[in-house]
Design a protein around this ligand. Structure first.
Ligand code: CO
Length: 245
């Protein structure tokens, strides 16, 4: 791969601005008016996947939070501030958790390779792997095992979003964004929608339903098949037990 020099970044910027202005003399005036992005993108820090390129989106369309292996960490103040601002102030309509195949964070979690602090960061993914070890180890190739864990990771992060007070509040106020789980395949450039059903987490997360009759039927509602069973699942179950009692 040919990399640009640092000087080229600045000269590219100037030519890009000139191109934009040639197409629309007010392009940057409009950008400067403020932002009202419809999407919050939660992705991996990996340099190969700026979602704007892969989705042909423009500046102003995606509000972004990226970290290693696209984690929705319930103790990460940086992430929670982004989520709160996106949901409460920008009122984004969709949240996209986008993982990817060939993810270094997933490799570290699955194979336990020590890379320093990243070990600590990806430990929740390691836990997901250990919970699904039988299923994942049974897959025929290393690539298939890594891909499956990448998908399970996205599923778990979508589920985690429903454990945040921000999404719970939005559900309560009936203006929660739609949450989507995607995986980007680096080898093809194509995005795969995991079509994650979030209904059961919406119900469990919403105070509206805490004492409603719907809880009587909760035993019939099962987590989406393939849910990695993150720690939050236990929390939901114990909460349900409490509600039933
Ligand atoms: Co990655």
């Amino acid at each position: 791969m040919k990399y640009h020099t640092i000087d080229e970044l600045l000269s590219n910027n100037q030519s890009w601005v000139a191109e934009k202005l040639a197409l629309d003399a007010n392009y940057f005036n409009k950008l400067a008016d403020g932002q009202k992005p419809p999407f919050l993108y939660i992705g991996c820090s990996d340099s190969r996947l700026p979602l704007t390129n892969f989705t042909r989106t423009e500046p102003g369309e995606l509000f972004v939070h990226r970290n290693i292996a696209n984690q929705v960490s319930l103790t990460d103040m940086n992430f929670l501030a982004v989520l709160d601002y996106a949901v409460s102030h920008l009122q984004i309509q969709h949240i996209i958790v986008c993982g990817h195949y060939d993810c270094g964070g997933i490799k570290t979690a699955l194979e336990g390779r020590s890379t320093g602090l990243i070990d600590n960061w990806v430990n929740p993914i390691r836990e997901l792997y250990l919970q699904k070890q039988q299923e994942i180890d049974a897959l025929p190739t290393r690539e298939a095992r890594l891909n499956r864990l990448a998908e399970i990771n996205v599923l778990a992060q979508v589920k985690n979003l429903y454990q945040t007070p921000i999404i719970r509040k939005a559900l309560h106020e009936q203006n929660a964004p739609n949450i989507h789980g995607w995986v980007l395949d680096i080898k093809t450039g194509l995005i795969k929608d995991l079509n994650i059903s979030t209904v059961q987490w919406q119900i469990l997360s919403s105070p509206l339903f805490t004492n409603s009759s719907i809880l009587n039927n909760m035993s019939e509602i099962h987590p989406t098949e393939g849910v990695a069973g993150c720690c939050c699942e236990q929390a939901s179950k114990s909460k349900l037990t409490t509600a039933e009692n």
